[in-house]
Design a protein around this ligand. Structure first.
Ligand SMILES: [Zn+2]
Length: 399
């Protein structure tokens, strides 16, 4: 199987839509202009803050990288870097001067071995192979101007599918499903595996506990904190399991349509699918996200006409006829919060808060008063305050 063909279809489709977005085109033009003036200084920064792992220093790592490059048929010169950090991390930086850079945290290099590390390497190379750097998500979400909330949410959704694609590239290099799962477990738990016996079934059980639909609305009947602690990692393992059982990996596997549909079902747990839903619950969630987003933006009393237009564009096309009146929205907010609380499960309420944080974070200048508004909505919805802190600090860059 050609590694090019492993890329998730949703990744391809959402990336295609994003590449046509006016904001993405504008930021990419800006970056291109800046690059014309000379390299962006990535390599210089890396050399100043990290250690370059030459072939002489770590021949085993270079041999492993060579194998991954061959598996994926990636054709670009590569430099490997390591930086001191106790948390397991790796990243692939957009090429500069025709050279690709992959960096690892020191702890990851020491705790990952064999197919675990091959998975990480393949994953990072996958980001390059699938052109993920074409969408400068960090720039877009850490921009001076508040981006369209739809764009912020779409970028976040896309980034998860991009990780799914990269994971497939990683699995393609590792050729060892157990090693891949162990690698994801290590990344999620921060444990080196020396103290804990890894049990893939227990790890996967976390996903089974993500039963949004089964809970009774209004009751806090599923208070499990799966949203709080790396909800994405067990989903990635599930998505990889589907992939392993698909025609992309073995000849008698499920067909690609089934695979992608299965992945989409998994990922809806992470998606703001209520934005399109026709049920009363979806509508109430949408109305709350709308009112919440506007009130957060106006927390300092300085929402601009332009920002109002952005919100109107995002939410106005949908099923409600709200007049965009700030005073009225502010006054209505407690009612909307209560109404939503009555109709939704705890997981759904967490979803709204998470999406509200995504929209709020997209505004470069978060203030205490903005955060207070979110915290207040969260408290009324009985979503814990530390969930807000966590949702506000999810990294915006792919890693
Ligand atoms: Zn990644």
């Amino acid at each position: 199987m050609n590694a090019d063909d492993l890329r998730s279809r949703q990744d391809i489709e959402i990336a295609r839509q994003l590449m046509q977005s006016r904001e993405v085109i504008r930021i990419n033009e800006m970056i291109e202009k800046r690059e014309e003036k000379g390299p962006m200084g990535t390599r210089r920064r890396l050399l100043a803050t990290s250690v370059r792992m030459s072939r002489g220093m770590a021949p085993w790592l270079h041999n492993m990288t060579d194998e991954c490059i061959e598996s994926l048929a990636v054709d670009i010169p590569l430099e490997l870097y390591v930086y001191a950090s106790p948390s397991f991390n790796a990243a692939c930086v957009k090429p500069e001067d025709g050279r690709l850079f992959i960096m690892f945290s020191s702890s990851l290099l020491e705790a990952f071995e064999g197919s675990e590390l091959r998975f990480v390497l393949g994953h990072e190379l996958g980001h390059y192979l699938y052109h993920h750097h074409d969408i400068p998500i960090g720039y877009l979400l850490n921009n001076q101007n508040r981006p369209d909330p739809r764009l912020a949410l779409q970028l976040t959704t896309w980034s998860r599918y991009a990780e799914i694609s990269a994971d497939r590239a990683g699995a393609h290099c590792a050729k060892d499903p157990q090693g891949v799962a162990r690698s994801l477990f290590k990344l999620a738990s921060g444990l080196s595996g020396k103290l804990v016996d890894f049990n893939i079934n227990e790890f996967m059980q976390q996903v089974d506990e993500m039963q949004i639909e089964d809970a009774t609305p209004g009751q806090g009947s599923t208070p499990e904190d799966w949203f709080l602690t790396h909800p994405f990692s067990p989903l990635r393992v599930r998505a990889l399991k589907l992939f392993d059982n698909s025609a992309l990996v073995k000849s008698d596997g499920i067909n690609i349509d089934e695979l992608e549909a299965g992945v989409q079902v998994l990922m809806t747990m992470m998606e703001p699918s209520y934005l399109e839903g026709r049920t009363d619950t979806a509508e109430s969630m949408r109305r709350l996200l709308f009112a919440g987003a506007v009130c957060v933006a106006n927390a300092n009393g300085n929402i601009s006409e332009q920002e109002i237009a952005v919100f109107e564009k995002f939410f106005g096309e949908r099923s409600f006829n709200d007049e965009l009146n700030l005073d009225k929205l502010n006054a209505d907010l407690p009612d909307r919060v209560q109404q939503t609380k009555a109709l939704t499960t705890k997981a759904q309420r967490m979803q709204i808060i998470r999406d509200l944080c995504t929209v709020a974070r997209a505004d470069h200048n978060q203030s205490k008063s903005e955060l207070d508004v979110i915290r207040h909505i969260a408290a009324t919805l009985e979503v814990p305050g530390h969930f807000v802190s966590q949702a506000m600090s999810i990294p915006t860059e792919l890693d």
